[in-house]
Design a protein. Structure first.
Length: 436
C-alpha cells in the first residue's frame, strides 16, 4: 500500500464506470461532469486508482484527467473549478457566446470533458433548467462515420434552434476527414448538417491545411485549437490566444535559426499540477517568472508572429521529436508539412508521419509512414514521396536533401493515442518492426 503524504488532504471522488461509447455511458459521464461543474463533486478520470487524499498543493482539485503523454510513469493532470470555468468563458467569448454543445469525443480526456462542461456552463450563465446538450446522447460505440454524425447532429441542431442558441461541436482531424471523404448521399447530408454549426472546433492533433480548406469550402465553420490537459483544453484558436492567455518563448531552447523556441503559456486556465500514481504532486512542468507569473513550460517548439497587434502562434513540432541525422537537425513536422504541400502527392495520402530510426552510419535516418487514399495503388508511394519532396517547393525553397526520408513505408493506418493524436513513439517502433 502506498504511504499517504504527510501534507495530504482527504478527498471523496466521483468515479464513473469505464466509458464504452454507448448513450448510457456518455449520459453517466455527463451527469458526473455536471455535478463537478456545479461544485458538488470531484471527478476522477485519471489513469490509475484515485488516492484517498491529495497533497496540499493539489487540494483544490475538481477534475483529474490523464495526460496525453505516452512515455514514462503514469501521471494525471489536476484541474481546479475556477480554471475550468475560465476556459469555458473564454471559449464562449471567442465564439458566438454560450451555446448548445454536441458531444462527439470521449468524455475521458480534457477535450471531451470540456464539451459537456461548456454545456453545463451555458446553463449556469443563461439560466437554463439543464445542460445545453442534445435531449438524447449520441451512440459513439462504433466506428464514427457520416451516419453516426447525422443521427447525432440532426436532433442537436433542432434542439439548439428551439432554445435559440448557437450550436457547437468538436472533432478530431480523423473524424473530420471521414465526413469529408464520404461522397455518398449520406456523406453529403452529413456535410450539410456540419455547416449548420456555428463553430466546429478541430484539435487533438495537427490538422492538414488541405483538410481545413476542404471543410471550409463545404461551409463548415471550423476553428483550429491548440491546448492540453494542463491548459484545461484549447487555449489558442486559429493561432490566436484566448482572452487572458499570454504566450512567450523560452530563450534557452531556441532552434538554430533563432526564430522559434519552447512555448511558455501563462493563463488563468492552468492546472494546479500533476499527480503521480504514488500520490505525490509533480509541479515540474510549471515555473514562476521573475514577475511572479506562473507559466506552463510546454514540450512544443513554436514561433510567435505579431499581426494586427495580436500574437499568432505557429507550432513547429515537439522539442523531443527533433531527429539528428548525419549531424544535422531535422524537425519531422517540417518534412510532414512539405509532404502536405507537395503538388505531386495531392490526393494520394490519407495520412502521414515522419520519424527517426537508429542508423549505424547516420546516427538516425528519416522514415515516412504513409496511408494511401482509397483507390490509390500503394506500390506507387515508396518512390513517389521522396521524388515529390526533392522537387516540391516548401515555403519557396526545396526541402534540404538531408531532410528527405531515406525510405517510405506504406501502412493501413497510423498508430494513435488519446483522442486522435499520432503516437510517434509507436510509429517509430512500427517503422523498426517493418525493417525501415
Amino acid at each position: 500500500m502506498a504511504r499517504t503524504p504527510a501534507d495530504a488532504t482527504a478527498v471523496d471522488w466521483t468515479v464513473p464506470a469505464p466509458y464504452d461509447g454507448t448513450p448510457a455511458s456518455l449520459a453517466e459521464h455527463a451527469a458526473a461532469i455536471a455535478e463537478m461543474t456545479a461544485g458538488r463533486a470531484r471527478l476522477w478520470l485519471g489513469p490509475f486508482a484515485p488516492p484517498a487524499s491529495l497533497p496540499a498543493q493539489l487540494a483544490d482539485a475538481a477534475l483529474v484527467v490523464p495526460t496525453s503523454g505516452s512515455t514514462g510513469a503514469a501521471k494525471a493532470v489536476v484541474q481546479s473549478l475556477p480554471a475550468l470555468r475560465a476556459s469555458q468563458d473564454a471559449t464562449a467569448s471567442a465564439l458566438d457566446g454560450h451555446g448548445l454543445w454536441l458531444p462527439l469525443l470521449p468524455p475521458t480526456h480534457i477535450a471531451g470533458v470540456q464539451i459537456i462542461a461548456r454545456a453545463c456552463r451555458s446553463a449556469q450563465v443563461l439560466g437554463l433548467p439543464g445542460p445545453a446538450l442534445p435531449a438524447a446522447m449520441p451512440d459513439l460505440s462504433g466506428r464514427f462515420d457520416a451516419a453516426v454524425f447525422t443521427a447525432a447532429a440532426e436532433p442537436a441542431l433542432a434542439r439548439a434552434e428551439a432554445l435559440d442558441l448557437p450550436a457547437y461541436t468538436s472533432l478530431v482531424p480523423t473524424q473530420l476527414s471521414r465526413l469529408l471523404g464520404d461522397a455518398s448521399p449520406a456523406g453529403r447530408r452529413a456535410l450539410a448538417l456540419l455547416a449548420g454549426f456555428a463553430a466546429v472546433l478541430v484539435g487533438g492533433a495537427a490538422t492538414p491545411p488541405a483538410l481545413l480548406a476542404a471543410a471550409r469550402d463545404a461551409g463548415a465553420a471550423v476553428r483550429t485549437t491548440y491546448g492540453s490537459s494542463e491548459t484545461a483544453g484549447g487555449c489558442v484558436y486559429d493561432g490566436v490566444p484566448l482572452e487572458g492567455v499570454n504566450l512567450s518563448l523560452d530563450t534557452d531552447h531556441r532552434r538554430a535559426d533563432d526564430a522559434a523556441g519552447r512555448l511558455l503559456i501563462a493563463s488563468p486556465t492552468l492546472a494546479l499540477g500533476l499527480l503521480r500514481s504514488d500520490g505525490a504532486a509533480d509541479l515540474s512542468p510549471f515555473r514562476t517568472t521573475p514577475h511572479g507569473d506562473r507559466v506552463l513550460v510546454t514540450s512544443d517548439l513554436a514561433a510567435l508572429d505579431e499581426t494586427d497587434s495580436r500574437q499568432r502562434l505557429r507550432i513547429l513540432g515537439r522539442a523531443d521529436d527533433v531527429v539528428i541525422t548525419g549531424g544535422r537537425k531535422v524537425l519531422p513536422q517540417d518534412v510532414e508539412t512539405a509532404i502536405d504541400a507537395a503538388p505531386a502527392l495531392r490526393g494520394l495520402l490519407a495520412d502521414r508521419v515522419v520519424v527517426g530510426v537508429p542508423d549505424p552510419e547516420w546516427g538516425a535516418r528519416l522514415v515516412a509512414l504513409v496511408v494511401p487514399t482509397s483507390g490509390v495503388d500503394p506500390a506507387r508511394l515508396p518512390a513517389a514521396v521522396p521524388a515529390a519532396l526533392r522537387a516540391a517547393p516548401e515555403h519557396g525553397a526545396s526541402l534540404p536533401r538531408h531532410a528527405v526520408p531515406k525510405s517510405t513505408l506504406v501502412v493501413e493506418a497510423l498508430p494513435l493515442r488519446g483522442i486522435g493524436k499520432i503516437d510517434r513513439s509507436a510509429a517509430r517502433d512500427l517503422a523498426i518492426t517493418l525493417g525501415a
